[in-house]
Design a protein around this ligand. Structure first.
Ligand SMILES: Nc1ncnc2c1ncn2[C@@H]1O[C@H](COP(=O)(O)OP(=O)(O)O)[C@@H](O)[C@H]1O
Ligand SMILES: [Mg+2]
Length: 380
């Protein structure tokens, strides 16, 4: 899709739900749209499915144009090669499992025979491990089973693209992980191109070939899950991923692979993941697990005082203060035996994330201003 834009026009306000999305998805890949509630994930899926008409931009699936308002092209949802699972599942309670799954075939032209409908629905249910429940009334299903029915229904037309809108958000924690892995396994087995939507970063990291981070209708950045997690390139992503410790600093030295940043507490050598220039103001994010912690001072260590600690089963979080600034440190090994008021020394490793403080190329505000000055497309 290119330049995709959708604004919801209310009586008094216009809601910019999606603002100029450019996204190409490789055949057979699972791409996740990750972002906070209201950032435009569902709108994007609905645009791909044809349930919304964009104000501008184009969507192409397999080099077939699905919509292009500037050229008056719009393919209706029933003619698009897509299957969608809604966040709510949208299972019809007055139908059996089989009737629910068959439903999309009713709008398929030419209409398949009754027998073919049944065969295909059973095959689809087989894929999600529910063939045994075909005749069961839909209301008698558990949450996990409803989810599978919705998935079977989305797959029955053998779509080119599968769209999944927060499919796991209504499930209990344990089941959620299992269904996530099952969806991934099925997706890879069928080799079906999939757009998965979630606001849950762990889910996004676990399931995706690629993660697309969204904020306020824009793509903030995209990359492999491990890239996005390890070296987020924007403040938004770092904060959204919950990298707890954030500092302001100035670039003091740049080499090919590293950058030295002067923080209030001293100089820190960091991995360089983007171009930075000397004297530039930056933000430095340090994950809680990226500190070494010792009772003895060593060169470059930051002196800290322990506030309190929290035990997580596999780790301890120490909340400490360095010159009045709160810092969270995570330790996985046996408890160092620290108590409130103890003095310790922190050494951040070189996994600190350095982000330009005023990046203009992916700063949503800047893009917004640019788009605001554009005339609103009058194709609607
Ligand atoms: N039918 C609608 N009418 C008006 N505004 C809408 C409608 N659907 C969504 N929005 C608004 O568009 C923005 C994006 O919504 P949505 O795509 O649902 O986000 P997400 O799925 O990421 O939570 C939000 O500000 C939301 O309030
Ligand atoms: Mg949504």
């Amino acid at each position: 899709m290119t330049g995709l834009r959708k604004r919801y026009r209310g009586k008094t306000v216009t809601n910019n739900a999606v603002e100029g999305l450019d996204l190409e998805i490789a055949d057979g890949a699972l791409v996740t749209l990750l972002g906070p509630s209201g950032c435009g994930k569902t709108t994007t899926l609905r645009l791909i499915a044809g349930l919304e008409r964009p104000d501008a931009g184009e969507i192409t699936i397999d080099s077939r144009t699905m919509c292009a308002p500037a050229r008056g092209v719009f393919v209706t949802p029933d003619r698009r090669p897509i299957g969608i699972v809604f966040q709510s599942y949208a299972i019809w309670p007055h139908m059996t499992v089989l009737q629910n799954v068959v439903f999309p075939l009713r709008v398929t032209r030419p209409h398949p025979s009754r027998r073919e409908c049944r065969t295909r629905a059973l095959a689809s249910l087989e894929l999600v491990g529910l063939a045994d429940l075909a005749e069961r009334p839909a209301p008698l299903l558990s949450g996990g089973q409803q989810q599978r029915v919705a998935l079977a229904r989305a797959l029955i037309r053998e779509p080119k693209v599968l769209l999944l809108d927060e499919p796991l958000s209504n499930l209990d924690a344990g089941l959620r992980d299992r269904m996530r892995d099952e969806i991934r396994a099925l997706q890879q087995r069928l080799g079906i191109t999939t757009v998965f939507v979630t606001h849950d970063q762990d889910e996004a990291m676990a399931i995706s070939d690629e993660v697309v981070v969204m904020d306020s209708g824009h793509i903030v950045e995209r990359g492999l899950p491990q890239e996005i997690y390890t070296w987020p390139r924007s403040q938004f992503t770092a904060q959204f991923l919950g990298v707890a410790n954030e500092f302001e600093g100035t670039v003091a030295r740049v080499s090919d692979t590293t950058v030295d940043v002067d923080l209030k507490y001293g100089r820190l050598q960091c991995h360089r993941s983007q171009s930075l220039s000397l004297g530039e103001n930056v933000r430095v994010f340090v994950r809680p697990e990226s500190f070494r912690l010792s009772r003895k001072y060593s060169e470059g260590a930051w002196e800290a005082t322990v506030d309190f600690s929290i035990y997580h089963g596999d780790s301890w979080d120490y909340y400490v203060k360095v010159a009045e600034a709160p810092i969270r440190v995570r330790v996985y090994r046996e408890k160092v035996g620290l108590s409130t008021g103890d003095t310790i020394f922190l050494t951040p490793d070189d996994a600190a994330i350095v982000i330009r403080a005023d990046r203009s190329d992916d700063d949503p505000d800047t893009v917004d201003d640019h788009l605001r000055s554009e005339p609103v497309d009058a194709t609607e």
